[in-house]
Design a protein around this ligand. Structure first.
Ligand SMILES: C[S@@+](CC[C@H](N)C(=O)[O-])C[C@H]1O[C@@H](n2cnc3c(N)ncnc32)[C@H](O)[C@@H]1O
Ligand code: SF4
Length: 440
């Protein structure tokens, strides 16, 4: 391990990469031959899975956004997509007829780009085709201010949605506009009022820091405006600009701006009674998440849609990955054209051997305040995390992690360096595959 003072996790950029999943899709490759889903899921516990549906449409294309989405598609394309989703759901259900779901989420893109009838179809599909009992499990949906209507909110309520997450990014109109997201304040306030009046148990607001033209003061203003709505959760995202998205710039000083905004956000929310769950997620204190047990380190995910991933312990799979509009369009077209036989197999993904499964478990744990429970890890893998990852004690010496005899958890410094600490634990294989990914 490098000498403490020179350790790159502390001295390099704090913003190497957001580890929301390990490995990233850039490490996925074609599976040859494709693997039948019934085989892929055969050895997997199927009693409490996460069901995820991806809607790859938006009412706009924000310049900063690197998510898998198509702006303003016509209604006929939406129709074709819903038909493909149903086809896929039928095929997947046939491959895992006994699966039970503990969570359902619809993400994007912007699911509320769908109209009320289309949204209703999506919920019907989750219930009747996939067999998810939506009344008994936590259900979450992502929405945006420009697509939300009173009718859609009423529908989400009626279908048992308990968590609604809305992208706001900034309460300053000019900042949002400069980031390629035209968002009149009037429209934003109206959408927030719809959500709060509806009384969803969890409203989440996404904000971004590091936007062009944003200052520490204007960032604090956005935080105050968000707190005025009293959301149960807030996600504070440092802006990442990838080479293929609209705002290309590279200023070292930008790291310092983002770090200052991060610290201001953390402190403002902590003073307002929010607990920090991870570098990005803050939740109003004293409100535990409900629903049947689901553990993101251990339980699988069934993804439906052209951008969704599916996870078993030994295989992660999805369709191909793209950022450029032409690449996204090609993957969407491929999805729409897939036959039932093609949908019944995984043909693109990443196989996790025992070492990669341990890494994933570690990464899903040590970047959250709850940390990594060494006994639970040992029960799963039969080994001690510090024996598998000898860097853990060294990171404790650097002040990034603590170990209390039972759990490895991030310190305040570790949380703010999450996007540097996480990538440090990537395997050489994953790092190499992601580096070799040709952006499309
Ligand atoms: C699926 S969107 C949220 C819902 C909806 N599409 C919207 O924009 O209102 C997920 C969130 O990712 C965040 N995000 C997207 N691109 C980002 C980037 N380049 N850097 C940081 N955060 C980003 C934004 O905060 C966004 O709200
Ligand atoms: S931020 Fe949201 S609305 Fe904007 S392009 Fe990305 S997914 Fe679509």
């Amino acid at each position: 391990m490098t000498a403490p003072a020179a350790h790159p996790v502390l001295t390099g950029t704090p913003y190497r990469g957001y580890v929301y999943a390990y490995p990233h899709k850039t490490a996925y490759r074609p599976l040859d031959p494709p693997r039948p889903l019934s085989d892929v899921w055969a050895a997997e516990p199927r009693g409490g899975l996460f069901l995820y549906a991806h809607v790859p449409f938006c009412g706009m294309r924000c310049a900063f956004c690197n998510l898998f989405t198509t702006p303003v598609p016509g209604r006929s394309l939406v129709r074709l997509y819903l038909d493909a989703l149903r086809r896929q759901a039928e095929v997947v259900r046939a491959a895992i007829p006994d699966a039970a779901f503990a969570r359902f989420a619809v993400g994007g893109g912007t699911p509320t780009y769908l109209d009320e009838g289309e949204l209703a179809e999506l919920f019907d599909l989750a219930e009747t085709v996939m067999g998810a009992g939506l009344a008994a499990i936590p259900v979450g949906v992502e929405v945006s201010p420009d697509t939300l209507t009173a009718g859609k909110v009423a529908l989400l309520k009626a279908r048992g949605v308990g968590r609604v997450s809305m992208g706001v990014q900034s309460f300053v109109e000019a900042e949002a506009a400069a980031a390629g997201r035209p968002q009149p304040r009037r429209q934003l306030d109206a959408a927030l009022a719809l959500l709060t009046d509806a009384g969803f148990p969890t409203v989440n607001i996404d904000l971004i820091y590091g936007l062009p033209g944003q200052t520490l003061d204007s960032w604090r203003y956005s935080l105050r405006q968000a707190l005025a709505v009293a959301p149960r959760e807030l996600y504070l995202y440092p802006l990442y600009v990838r080479p293929l998205t609209g705002l290309g710039r590279s200023a070292r000083a930008w790291d310092d701006v983002r770090l200052a905004c991060y610290r201001a956000g953390r402190d403002v929310l902590s003073a307002a009674g929010y607990e920090q769950v991870s570098m990005r997620l803050f939740r109003r204190a004293g409100e535990p998440a409900g629903g049947p047990a689901y553990c993101c380190q251990e339980d699988g995910m069934v993804g439906l849609g052209c951008g969704a991933r599916s996870y078993t312990r030994a295989l992660h799979y999805s369709l191909d990955y793209a950022v450029r509009p032409a690449g996204v369009k090609a993957i969407l077209a491929d999805y729409l054209a897939r036959s039932r036989d093609e949908l019944a197999a995984a043909d693109h993904g990443f196989a996790l051997d025992a070492g990669e499964q341990r890494r994933r478990y570690l990464l899903q744990s040590i970047l959250t305040a709850g940390g990594l429970d060494a006994a639970r890890y040992a029960a799963r893998f039969g080994t001690d995390p510090a024996a598998d990852f000898p860097d853990l004690p060294a990171f404790a010496d650097l002040g990034l992690l603590t170990f209390d005899g039972a759990r490895w958890a991030p310190t305040a410094l570790g949380l703010e360096r999450s996007d540097a600490l996480g990538p440090w634990f990537f395997s050489p294989r994953v790092t190499g595959l992601s580096a070799g990914y040709e952006p499309r």
